[in-house]
Design a protein around this ligand. Structure first.
Ligand code: ZN
Length: 479
């Protein structure tokens, strides 16, 4: 019995030992496995907190078909810091003699560019036009690098300054400044329409318009102040004053003269217009264009008795014609000894000038004026009776010659603008029709024209160019 029991115990022990050995042998080969919660690569922005998501562990082989053992991995390394960089988190789990590790990469990135703050350009720091911008200050701060002002680069282009700075992570910030320039130039007012307008009594003044532009502020038309006290019932010369100021405090003003004129304002003459025919001999020349511009300003038309004295200004004949003035012949050469030598000589010369006029205007003229006028006696020296012959013959050929009844004496009597003005005003005063002799090759005489016109308009005169039906102001033939 005893022996039998002992033997049984022995078998039992041996079996248990064998079972344990099999178990250990079996389990020794079972490996733990770690599975990370979330991604194995996590990117977080600089300043954000890293949230650990943890990991799960288990044994790789199923025991009897079951996940019998779950194991908890532990973090054995985590050096994630709030600094731009790449970090590792290491997880470990162990089972008996086996160990497993897993890693997660955490990247702290900076995607935020620096911030540039520009100091405002003070009024005392304004840039002079044409000069480079003088830096008036800026700040640049980065979330990671801190103050990066000393790394800012700037460049000036087209009235702007562009600032750029890049932080250590490669994020670039830009800022732009519009340069404020010192305004040294006043704005410019440009009047639309004539600077000298004429209204009939009772006719309302309609502002023809204007524009104002400033070097710095641009279009200032909307800021122009217009002032006038035109009383269209009351003849007189009025001024329309336009003023505008730019943001730099520069002011500018422009003026328009408005004449309220009545043909009846001279009580001694209520039977129609008083007309002044301004005529200019011996040109075109160096001052003709200036004269044309003056006449345009007043919208006054005149008559040019032209010569070939200054061939380089010949195209002013066409120009005057296109601007509405009358072109008439005064001779090609203006040489008394040549043109008054014979009838043929006069016609030859006349035809040469006519050809130039046709070339310039596309049209022949029938109007002319004799050098020295029809009453000249100097022609006697070259050909006796030539003036009688020519006046008759040319009229027969369809030409109309004009003399004058008001002389400005600019042909030799004076070289003063004021004397020209006085002579013309005195000569025209009281006349129903005045044919005024001036020379556009005399600069002082051209300069008298604005005053003559303003006087005429103020006093109810109308200015006209000559035509075939105009008064001829013939002097009478003396040779
Ligand atoms: Zn002449």
């Amino acid at each position: 019995m005893f022996t039998l029991r002992k033997k049984r115990i022995g078998i039992l022990l041996a079996s248990a030992a064998l079972a344990a050995a099999v178990c250990v042998w079996f389990l020794a080969d079972v490996e733990p496995v770690i599975t990370l919660n979330g991604s194995d690569r996590v990117e977080i922005n600089y300043g954000e907190t890293y949230e650990e998501e943890g990991a799960a562990g288990k044994l790789a082989e199923k025991l009897f078909g079951q996940d019998l053992f779950s194991i908890r991995p532990s973090v054995i390394q985590n050096d994630v810091r709030n600094e731009v960089g790449t970090y590792q988190i290491v997880y470990e789990a162990g089972f008996l003699f086996q160990k497993a590790t897993a890693e997660r990469t955490v990247v702290v990135v900076d995607r935020e560019p620096p911030v540039i703050e520009l100091a405002e350009q003070k009024d005392s720091e304004l840039t002079l036009p044409g000069e480079p911008f003088q830096e008036c200050g800026y700040r640049a701060m980065d979330n990671v690098d801190g103050d990066v002002a000393d790394q800012v680069e700037s460049r000036e282009e087209n009235g702007r300054v562009i600032y750029t700075v890049t932080d250590s992570s490669g994020n670039t910030a830009t800022a732009e400044r519009i340069i404020r320039y010192k305004d040294t130039e006043p704005p410019v007012i440009t009047l639309i329409g004539s600077e000298h307008m004429t209204l009939k009594v009772g006719e309302a003044y309609n502002e023809p318009g204007y524009t104002a532009a400033d070097q710095v502020d641009g279009d200032l038309t909307g800021q122009v102040v217009v002032e006038h006290q035109i009383d269209s019932q009351k003849p007189g010369v009025y001024e329309v004053v336009y003023t505008v100021e730019d943001h730099g405090g520069n002011q500018t003003a422009a003026k328009r003269t408005v004449t309220v004129a009545s043909p009846l304002d001279n009580p001694s003459n209520n039977s129609g217009d008083k007309v002044i025919y301004l005529t200019f001999d011996d040109g075109p020349g160096p001052y003709t264009e200036k004269l044309l511009n003056i006449l345009d300003e007043y919208n006054v038309k005149v008559t040019f008795f032209v010569t070939n004295g200054y061939p380089e200004y010949r195209d002013m004949i066409g120009e005057a014609y296109r601007r509405g003035h009358t072109i008439a012949i005064h001779t090609y050469s203006h040489s008394y000894s040549d043109v008054y030598a014979s009838k043929e000589a006069y016609y030859d010369d006349l035809n040469k000038m006519q050809e130039i006029i046709v070339e310039q205007t596309g049209e022949a003229t029938t109007l002319f004026r004799f050098p020295g006028g029809s009453s000249n006696t100097v022609s006697r020296k070259y050909c006796k009776g030539i003036m009688s012959l020519l006046t008759e013959s040319l009229e027969e050929d369809g030409y109309h010659y004009f003399d004058w009844n008001v002389s400005s004496t600019d042909g030799g009597g004076t070289t003063e603008t004021s004397v020209v003005v006085d002579n013309v005003i005195n000569g025209c005063s009281g006349k129903r029709a005045s044919v005024v002799l001036q020379h556009d090759i005399k600069s002082f005489s051209v300069d008298a024209v604005p005053q003559i016109i303003e006087w005429g308009l103020r006093n109810g005169y109308t200015f006209r160019a000559l035509d075939e039906n105009s008064p001829t102001a013939h002097h009478g033939v003396n040779n």
